[in-house]
Design a protein around this ligand. Structure first.
Ligand code: KIV
Ligand code: ZN
Length: 531
């Protein structure tokens, strides 16, 4: 398998993926996802958009310093508009990685140039050349994206791309920003660029795909691009991203593995057995559930319901299965731990599950594990997973922590909740409220204490395992108001054997995220009007 035909897997879960509504991730979560991406073996991690906020800058920098310094570290990239300030900030964030990359972009479609950028085509060509050159003065690895390439004039696209290459771009990424193209159109666009942009045929310049899924064609378009000569794909775990999302990493990787002769000589070096774990981690941390029928990583992806299918499967799995579930990480080991298991057993199990925790994080996990063992006889991998993703949710930056929660409910009377929260100075704040249901009463109570006019817009609860002692995993989305009258969505999650406690913690986590974002300047100080 030759290097020239190795498909570079560029993961943008932490940048384009995080642009999914409500998917804001905190620093600890971003680092944990980046470590999992490195374990998966992706080649490039786009860790964020450094100029977007101080929080984004910090996250990209930390990922560059930690994950970007591992043995065989992936390239760490930051997005930057084609502007000096953005490029400086991107470089500031990625420069400590062993292999840093600046990814700069400028729209090339007439729609974007006229209405968004108010730029002429001439200005666009000049800015693309100047800014790629500017980035190249700092960083040897510069990627250029003509945004909305899919709706750009083909001749003009060739011109801009050629100028970017002359200015020093080493990768040309071709976005179908609005998910508009069909596979044959995307194929032709990539093939056209491969034939005409100097350096692509010689292998000096890598062409890259970046497809959105608005018409459900992101994976098909990406694979068409690979057949046309692209040697980098920009993808996200679970296909999360703006609007209908990006191309899903697991689908592209498994298409390549399962249909080798179709894509040969192209290959990739991803460890496919880490796919399910990455999917679960991203889903838990972004609070974006994976649809059960999602290819590769959906709960039903390998479930056979019809009698005829089950019969076939029993005779030979090849009858209805084109991939083995183990090959993507389903049903790996599922050892159970219990109250007799000690710290070493837990540490060992977590390591095998891929969690690389600090001593402090392990201490915290062990306390919660022991608490769980008092309530639950056996603790499975799924339970540990729920506990851990919950653990990443609470941060030192949280403004409030749940100290006590009580609720009386039943027939006849309205449910009444009483809650005590601890603030960052360890001061207690308590109140009580009624609601239409117990969860509503708890949320109303938290609103009264924090003074935040939050509105619950989504509530999901699922049992992590079977049985009466199962942990309830609660995912919540809340809308927080801003002074300008807009409302932003934040998500929160929590896991507990008590559904109401998990609901209260998840609701508070979403509020804490909103408050932290407003403090860090992500959505500016406009966020929470009532504070
Ligand atoms: O979809 C898009 O055009 C992008 C670019 C910024 C690469 O995400
Ligand atoms: Zn995109």
């Amino acid at each position: 398998m030759d290097e020239q035909n190795r498909l570079i897997i560029f993961d943008t879960t932490l940048r384009d993926g995080e642009q999914s509504p409500g998917a804001t991730l905190n620093l600890a979560e971003k680092l944990e996802i980046a470590r999992q991406l490195a374990r998966l073996g992706v080649d490039v991690i786009e860790a964020g958009f450094a100029i977007a906020s101080p929080g984004d800058f910090e996250a990209v920098s930390r990922i560059a310093q930690e994950v970007g310094q591992l043995d065989q570290a992936p390239i760490i990239a930051s997005l930057a508009r084609a502007q000096k300030g953005d490029i400086d900030r991107a470089w500031g964030a990625v420069q400590s990685a062993r292999r840093p990359r600046i990814h700069t972009f400028l729209a090339t479609s007439d729609i974007h140039l006229e209405y968004k950028l108010k730029m002429s085509r001439g200005d666009c060509i000049e800015a693309a050349g100047d800014m790629v050159q500017y980035a190249r003065r700092m960083c040897a690895d510069v990627e250029f994206s003509p945004e909305d390439a899919g709706r750009s004039d083909a001749e003009f696209l060739y011109q801009v791309c050629s100028v970017a290459v002359q200015a020093g771009a080493t990768t040309l990424n071709i976005p179908d920003t609005v998910g508009y193209l069909t596979p044959s159109e995307y194929y032709n666009m990539i093939a056209g660029l491969a034939a005409r942009v100097p350096g692509v045929k010689e292998g000096r310049i890598v062409l890259s795909t970046h497809c959105h899924n608005d018409l459900g064609m992101a994976t098909a378009n990406t694979l068409a691009g690979v057949l046309a000569g692209a040697r980098q794909v920009e993808v996200t775990v679970n296909g999360i991203g703006e609007r209908a999302g990006n191309t899903s990493l697991e689908e592209v990787v498994m298409a390549l593995h399962t249909r080798k002769p179709v894509y040969a000589p192209v290959w990739c070096k991803v460890d496919t057995t880490q796919l399910v774990r990455a999917s679960k981690m991203v889903s838990a941390m972004t609070s974006i559930p994976v649809q059960p029928n999602k290819a590769i990583v959906g709960a039903n992806a390998f479930a056979h319901e019809a009698g005829i299918h089950q019969d076939g499967m029993l005779k030979n799995a090849l009858t209805y299965e084109i991939m083995r579930p183990e090959s993507v990480g389903w049903n790996a080991t599922n050892l159970v731990l219990g109250k007799h298991s000690g710290r070493a057993a837990l540490t060992d199990r977590l390591k095998q599950m891929g969690y690389d925790l600090t001593r402090e994080e392990l201490d915290k996990a062990f306390v919660r594990f022991k608490e769980l063992c008092d309530k639950k006889k056996v603790v499975s991998d799924a339970d540990l997973e729920a506990l851990l993703t919950d653990q990443f949710e609470s941060l030192a930056t949280d403004m409030y922590r749940l100290h006590m929660l009580n609720c009386t409910t039943g027939t006849g009377n309205k449910p009444v909740a009483s809650v005590i929260l601890l603030d960052t100075d360890n001061e207690l704040h308590e109140d009580a409220a009624i609601g239409n249901g117990p969860v509503n009463a708890v949320c109303n109570c938290i609103n009264r204490i924090t003074g935040v006019d939050a509105k619950l817009v989504e509530f999901h609860v699922h049992a992590v395992t079977e049985g009466v002692d199962a942990i309830a995993n609660v995912t919540i989305r809340v809308e927080l108001p801003t002074q300008d009258g807009r409302r932003y969505v934040f998500s929160g999650r929590s896991a507990d054997t008590d559904t109401l406690v998990a609901s209260g913690r998840a609701y508070l986590a979403a509020i804490n995220r909103g408050l932290a974002q407003s403090k860090r300047g992500v959505v500016s100080d406009k966020v929470v009007a009532n504070l």
